[in-house]
Write a protein that binds this ligand. Structure first.
Ligand SMILES: *Cc1c(COP(=O)(O)O)cnc(C)c1O
Length: 428
């Protein structure tokens, strides 16, 4: 397949947009080559500017769980647009989507809508700090909570006392309030809590990690976090921007029957429009302005087009309860097929999967945290990525990304993908 026009368009974009992209994950930095420019998409397929059709395993990084240009969402947006695209005043639609979300997700009474997952996580932490009157938070290495300052903290020695900023522009003052823990390591978390007694406002976690490949929590990890939070007056924030309305109707809280104090959403909840949200029991949410002292706002928050798309998406997921089962079956089928051919071709690999999230790592050791995820062989991944691209299959251009399975994929698409993996892995 040729990607000539995409390369030309990228050269044009680079002149006026830093790196040619509006979000770094879209660049092909880790795999080489130039990004594919999309013209349109429908169902499970992307159509690019060179006229290629690609089977899409990113799906806008998660939102398109029912496929691209999903009819009910498209219709809802068109109808709303005719009535005006933004008012900066309340609409009934906002109450409708809020009520539906509250009915679908366990343990939340109220929800506030924002414009991105980043905003949701940033606001959730501010709310937790205001509510507990404490400053510090614990986050896990390899978990992504958007690009606001407090979250851009990576590894760093002395994490028990000071985090180290890993992006210039994040001040040392901000970094020192973010403590870093190892995913799936409860003892590490307990030690941080002991060393910072009565100072920690919240623990924020991807309850199933999806930003270092797909890493499910070890048995007892989330339960342990819940207990540590309860015992120490800390709020547990589940960042379900990726997992919410994907792994189950009510997200990971429902899947594993664990109660979080604040839950963050994004991606699926907006049906492909820019939407984020955070939610909690009333006692916590009432701390937000205008009811309470914690300020949070947004000119375009609750935008009618975005809410119409989100409502149509949630209604579809709420009505057809079999969707999650179907997604589980399709993803299990794909993972088993890939496993079989990689094994037959003597490739060194590990596959992680839960529900409709799956990741292939080119390393044999179990991938359970950032350290083990980072060990994968990137040279093999590059061959894998470009090999699949030549076969018309689009996975994320980074070895640390999860594949997002959409209900629009057919078993023919999955079989085609497994055959392509077979062909490509023979060239490793
Ligand atoms: C994508 C993501 C975010 C950030 O959401 P944006 O809409 O990109 O700002 C936050 N947390 C998790 C777990 C995510 O996957």
């Amino acid at each position: 397949m040729l990607y000539t026009r995409s390369s030309q368009l990228f050269a044009e974009a680079e002149k006026v947009i830093p790196g040619g992209v509006n979000s770094p994950v879209r660049a092909f930095k880790a795999v080489g080559g130039t990004p594919i420019f999309v013209k349109s998409a429908k169902g499970a397929y992307l159509y690019d500017e060179d006229g290629n059709r690609l089977i899409d395993y990113i799906n806008s990084w998660g939102p398109m769980i029912l496929g691209h240009a999903f009819e009910p969402v498209v219709q809802a947006v068109i109808e709303k647009a005719k009535l005006g695209t933004s008012f900066g005043m309340p609409t009934e639609l906002e109450t409708q989507i809020a009520a539906l979300a509250v009915s679908m997700v366990p343990n939340i009474d109220k929800i506030r809508f924002v414009n991105s997952g980043t905003e949701a996580c940033m606001s959730a932490v501010r709310l937790a700090r205001g509510f507990t009157k404490r400053d510090k938070i614990i986050k896990f290495a390899g978990c992504y909570h958007g690009h606001s300052d407090s979250f851009l903290i990576q590894a760093g020695s002395g994490a028990i006392t000071f985090g180290t900023p890993n992006s210039p522009g994040v001040t040392a003052g901000t970094a020192k309030d973010t403590l870093l823990a190892r995913y799936n390591d409860l003892e590490n978390v307990a030690a941080l809590i002991t060393a910072n007694k009565n100072e920690i406002a919240a623990i924020i976690v991807e309850p199933v990690a999806g930003n270092m490949g797909c890493i499910p929590p070890n048995k007892g990890f989330l339960e342990g976090l819940r207990q540590l939070c309860t015992d120490n007056g800390i709020l547990l924030i589940f960042d379900e921007v990726m997992t919410g309305f994907r792994l189950a109707r009510g997200g990971v809280q429902e899947l594993f029957n664990i109660t979080a104090d604040i839950v963050c959403f994004g991606k699926v909840i907006g049906g492909g429009l820019p939407v984020g949200a955070f939610a909690a029991r009333a006692e916590i949410m009432n701390y937000l302005a205008p009811l309470g002292p914690v300020y949070q706002a947004g000119t375009l928050s609750g935008n009618p087009l975005a809410m119409a798309a989100g409502l149509a998406m949630l209604q579809s997921l709420d009505t057809d309860r079999a969707i999650f089962q179907r997604l589980e079956e399709k993803t299990a089928y794909l993972a088993a097929g890939i496993e079989k051919v990689l094994k037959a071709n003597n490739v060194v690999f590990t596959i992680n999967r839960i529900g409709s999230m799956v990741s292939v790592h080119f390393d044999t050791a179990p991938v359970v945290d950032f350290q083990s995820a980072a060990k994968g062989d990137n040279e093999t991944f590059k061959k894998f990525f470009h090999g699949l691209l030549q076969e018309g299959i689009y996975i994320a251009p980074s070895a640390y990304e999860t594949w997002f399975i959409t209900d629009a994929l057919t078993y023919d698409d999955l079989d085609f993908t497994i055959q392509a993996v077979d062909k490509v892995s023979k060239t490793f």
